[in-house]
Design a protein around this ligand. Structure first.
Ligand code: NAD
Length: 301
């Protein structure tokens, strides 16, 4: 049984795979090169970089595809399922890393930390320019109350924030102990000072926030997206940032990654990281181990 690992994953996961299977780690392949060699493998392990398209799936003999992370939106799951290929992910390992990154971004955007650091490092001392806002006493809207959303809600309460949430797929009992008001999307948008997104990218969530939704929001709202690019319409977000409707925005994810000449990155009130939500040493080890064990289970039973 042969496994191809086409994105960088932690050594701990590779070691588990190697204990049972023949493993090739090739993180330098172009889509064409990958397409050429894929037929020789029973399993493929990816992180975010490799796009497992219908075309790639159809010319493969794969039995299982593993994603070292939560979202499987870089894999055409429908095409894989039609071909009888199992798709496995590592849903648990990233939760705390993504939650903590959400707060890193929330504090950073509220206190203009990246802008202040870069001003100071370029020799300026601009104390008045970087007055921020406090999180305590503010309302945080959490869109999506799964693993990450719930951890975010928990920590937000302990920071003195009021939490309102929207997730039509969870039962009220699920968030009973979280001190959170579960309500509809419009109310979350209307009442929040900060809004953070923790939904997967699906047909229903793609561009769930556009021009109409920004109109409902409070003036001077802060937006944090550490889930997936594409959930927020980037053109509408740009307009809302320029008009001042949105005071500041923190993005870890983009519709197109890397974002290249994305106009959002030219705005002073946008701070951004290059999809680092899951990038902690601890999370990378756990997700690599989780996915490796699932691959072995799928191939060897
Ligand atoms: P999860 O599946 O535990 O939770 C997602 C929640 O979203 C679920 O409760 C679901 O009911 C809800 N949801 C689905 N569709 C919705 C809709 N239309 N409206 C409102 N709620 C909806 O997933 P999770 O582990 O909490 O991760 C959430 C997302 O965060 C992932 O899908 C992934 O895209 C993203 N993520 C990003 C990073 C990063 O590196 N930036 C790291 C980990 C996860």
């Amino acid at each position: 049984m042969r496994v191809l690992v086409s994105d960088k994953i932690a050594k701990e996961g590779i070691d588990i795979l190697k204990s049972e299977l023949k493993v090739d780690v090739r993180t330098d392949l172009t889509p064409d090169q990958l397409r050429e060699i894929i037929k020789d493998y029973d399993a493929l392990v990816v992180r975010s970089q490799t796009k497992v398209t219908k075309d790639l799936i159809e010319c493969s003999n794969l039995k299982v595809i593993g994603r070292a992370g939560v979202g499987v939106d870089n894999i055409d799951v429908e095409a894989a399922t039609l071909k009888g290929i199992l798709v496995v992910n590592a849903p648990e390992g990233n939760t705390i890393a993504a939650c903590e990154h959400t707060f890193a971004l929330m504090f950073a955007v509220a206190r203009k930390i990246p802008q202040a650091v870069s001003s100071l490092k370029s020799g300026r001392w601009e104390r008045n320019k970087f007055t921020g806002v406090q999180l305590s006493g503010k309302t945080l809207g959490v869109i999506g109350l799964g693993r990450i959303g719930k951890e975010v809600a928990k920590r937000a309460s302990s920071l003195g924030m009021n939490v309102v949430g929207y997730d039509p797929y969870i039962a009220r009992e699920n968030v009973e102990n979280l001190n959170i008001k579960l309500t509809d999307l419009d109310e979350v948008l209307r009442t929040s000072d900060f809004i953070t997104f923790h939904v997967p990218l699906t047909k229903a969530t793609r561009r769930m926030i556009g021009e109409e939704q920004f109109k409902i929001m409070k003036d001077g709202v802060y937006i944090i997206n550490c889930a997936r690019g594409g959930i927020i319409d980037e053109k509408a977000l740009y307009d809302a940032l320029v008009s001042g409707k949105v005071a500041g925005c923190a993005l870890d994810v983009f519709e197109k990654e890397p974002p290249e000449d994305n106009p959002l990155l030219s705005l002073d009130n946008v701070i951004a990281t290059p999809h680092l939500g899951a990038s902690t040493a601890e999370a990378q080890i756990v997700v690599a181990e989780e996915v490796a064990k699932d691959i072995i289970r799928a191939l060897k039973g």
